[in-house]
Design a protein around this ligand. Structure first.
Ligand code: DHB
Ligand code: FE
Length: 286
């Protein structure tokens, strides 16, 4: 006999998504290259010096130092280091690393990418549930090199939240690859995804990151977005997000990851069903 599913079983918690994000990151980190000790010394010394300066400038008290320690411990206990770092730190890493790019504009990856989503050739309806809520969205375009020549065999990997702002694999009760899929382009470089428009995403409010946001009186929202990774041989991969013109929190993303080049302006679909938008990726040479 199976146990009936109750609403509380399906209630997503920060600790659930935090644990999943931490486990996903641990898998990626196992493949990482070893680090150089002189570089560790330089960067760690500079980071600590910056923190010492904050303590002096703001005359930290012992009560505040202990609150900081308790909060740092809680971030780890909640498995929220990937979430916290990707919201508050990653956008500057992305800016520094990709400063020389001439083609497609990138932004943060965030904690919810999972490699290996179902693959399609040229056109795909993303895996979704029967009656998946949300406005139907056709998202299409061409992958080219910097000169505009279509790239054959480019891989466009898309992942997104559902209309409630939840990601499959990180919130309970959602099928494994829901709203995740990969298209391999043909010689015309074209891709077409049929999906639904995502909803704004709220950083989990019941975990350590949410506790900081609440204590500071900030808001916890990111504008609705599609996540993409585009890769092709001979080019630099791009990881980005696309947003929707006029969407809530476009101008005050808690993760500071919106750029003007990344805002889509969908129009009513020619089919009469939902909306459609075209976005081309020009890839930098490797
Ligand atoms: C976080 C979630 C996202 O969907 C995203 O794009 C970036 C960050 C987060 O919860 O940390
Ligand atoms: Fe996201």
């Amino acid at each position: 006999m199976t146990t009936p599913t109750t609403t509380s079983d399906l209630n997503p918690t920060a600790a659930d998504s935090g644990r999943s994000a931490t486990a996903t990151f641990a898998q990626k980190e196992r493949d990482a290259a070893p680090v150089d000790s002189a570089r560790v010394s330089t960067v760690a010394r500079a980071a600590l010096a910056a923190l010492h300066e904050v303590i002096r400038e703001h005359q930290l008290t012992y009560a505040e130092y202990d609150a900081l320690k308790a909060w740092l411990i809680r971030v780890g206990d909640d498995g929220e280091w990937p979430l916290f770092l990707d919201v508050f730190v990653e956008h500057v890493v992305e800016e520094v690393v990709h400063a020389d790019r001439r083609g497609a504009v990138g932004t943060i990856e965030g904690p919810y990418y999972v490699p290996g989503s179902p693959e399609f050739a040229g056109e795909a309806t993303l895996p979704m549930r029967d009656g998946e809520p949300g406005t139907p969205l056709t998202f299409q375009g061409t992958v080219t090199d910097l000169d505009g020549t279509p790239v054959d065999g480019a891989v466009v990997d898309l992942w997104q939240a559902d209309a409630d702002g939840y990601y499959s694999r990180f919130a309970p009760g959602i099928p494994e690859w829901n709203l995740r899929g990969t298209i391999r382009t043909g010689a015309d470089g074209r891709y077409t995804f049929h999906t639904i428009a995502p909803a704004p995403y709220q950083i989990p409010t019941d975990g350590a990151t949410g506790a900081l946001i609440t204590a500071a009186g900030w808001h916890a929202w990111r504008p609705a977005h599609l996540h993409l990774k585009v890769t092709a041989s001979g080019t630099l991969p791009v990881t980005t997000q696309l947003y929707f013109d006029g969407g809530e929190h476009i101008a005050d993303d808690v993760a500071q990851a919106v750029k003007p080049e990344l805002i889509l302006r969908p129009t009513p679909a020619a089919s009469g069903n939902g909306v459609e938008v075209t976005y081309d990726f020009r890839l930098d040479p490797a």
